[in-house]
Design a protein around this ligand. Structure first.
Ligand SMILES: Nc1nc2c(ncn2[C@@H]2O[C@H](COP(=O)(O)OP(=O)(O)OP(=O)(O)O)[C@@H](O)[C@H]2O)c(=O)[nH]1
Ligand SMILES: [Zn+2]
Length: 348
């Protein structure tokens, strides 16, 4: 790839985005993808190279991975609707969410097969991925240090028969090749997983030393030399795009009932068959969930994991809503955002 002028396809452009752009916009504006976000500028890469754009008013906030249209004065005119979005609770706040990364196609949920192995944690990540509308793939690392790799792999597969699950030694290049099909040109991927499970090892293996010198988007400095800078968005040698934003690593569940329900879809199906519609699935007569547990169709661990995640997300969601309705400052923020938006539309 020519790093100075990648094509839109190489940057991950898809029909979903194309549909949102009019012919007029296509001829007057430039399409770019956000690769970095700072307080005073937003860095995008487009087929014209790299540009620093002015930040936008509140209501059109952008994050890494977003697609934007900008004009010759480096003003963002439009942010395209996202295909997927990862959010998290803002640090130090129980109630505000922060947008982390947009338009990721595949998220690699990394968990090691040693003491870190936890089905509950994998379920939590699966729910987060589904809420973000991103396809999850599970990578179980440190297979070389594990005696019962196949049993653990099977346990993960049982969470979802359609899930792709890989057991690998992240230090073995042969194993890394298993993941290459996710790194094709135009696809955007990201890693999720707790500390020490092997995410950096995987990233380094996929990016490769050689390509770290050449694969990142380069820019020309004032002396005409190419300089390589760290980007949240890295281009892999196979053409894929790796979204390596630090915030991804501390993702937490916030208001993601849908993601949890999708991850535990069989529980909702059993619950539909309970005699009482408000069944708490404990000791009610005619409880289909308790029956499924007795019949070996559902594990108690899974029911408890589901209930725990539902409680957690309900708590986050409720406190968010409560906070918003009570907080006068939030009302003021909305007013000032609307004012800013009106001014923006007037062209100030
Ligand atoms: N034996 C073995 N060691 C591994 C494997 N994957 C990673 N490691 C080692 O585990 C340690 C932690 O790996 P990292 O890649 O730094 O883990 P990380 O997920 O990036 O951790 P953070 O940077 O804290 O988020 C390193 O010493 C790796 O060499 C594996 O599959 N097998
Ligand atoms: Zn029930």
């Amino acid at each position: 790839m020519n790093n100075l002028a990648p094509t839109l396809q190489q940057l991950g452009w898809k029909p979903f985005f194309q549909q949102q752009v009019s012919l007029e916009e296509l001829s007057n504006l430039t399409i770019g993808r956000v690769v970095e976000q700072h307080r005073d500028c937003i860095v995008v890469v487009s087929p014209k190279g790299q540009s620093s754009l002015r930040p936008m008013p509140f209501d059109k906030i952008v994050c890494v991975g977003d697609w934007v249209l900008f004009d010759d004065t480096l003003r963002i005119c439009k942010r395209l609707e996202r295909q997927s979005l990862f959010e998290r609770k803002a640090p130090g706040s129980k109630v505000l969410t922060q947008i982390i990364a947009a338009n990721i196609d595949t998220v690699m949920i990394v968990c090691s097969l040693n003491h870190d192995f936890s089905l509950n944690r994998i379920e939590r990540y699966l729910a987060t991925a589904r809420e973000a509308m991103v396809e999850p793939v599970v990578i179980l690392t440190k297979a070389d240090l594990c005696e019962d790799t196949d049993i653990k792999r099977q346990q993960v597969q049982e969470l979802d028969p359609m899930l792709m699950v890989y057991t690998i030694n992240a230090l073995d290049n042969h194993d890394i090749k298993l993941l290459e099909s996710y790194c094709n040109s135009g696809s955007t991927l990201a890693f999720l997983g707790s500390s020490g499970v092997g995410k950096s090892t995987l990233v380094n293996a996929l990016v490769g030393y050689e390509s770290q010198q050449t694969g990142e988007i380069r820019e020309e400095d004032s002396k005409g030399r190419h300089t390589t800078t760290h980007r949240a968005l890295k281009v892999l040698p196979q053409g894929g795009i790796l979204m390596d934003t630090p915030g991804m690593r501390e993702l937490q569940l916030s208001s993601c009932e849908q993601g949890v329900n999708e991850t535990f879809s069989e529980i909702a199906e059993f619950a539909d068959k309970c005699r009482f519609s408000d069944c708490a699935h404990t000791s009610e007569p005619g409880c289909a969930i308790q029956q499924a547990i007795k019949g070996g169709l559902l594990s108690e661990r899974r029911l408890h994991s589901y209930q725990k995640l539902m409680r957690e997300q309900a708590l986050n969601g409720a406190s968010l809503a409560e906070k918003r309705s009570k907080d006068k400052a939030f009302g003021k923020l909305i007013n000032s955002t609307q004012n800013a938006s009106r001014q923006y539309k007037k062209g100030y």
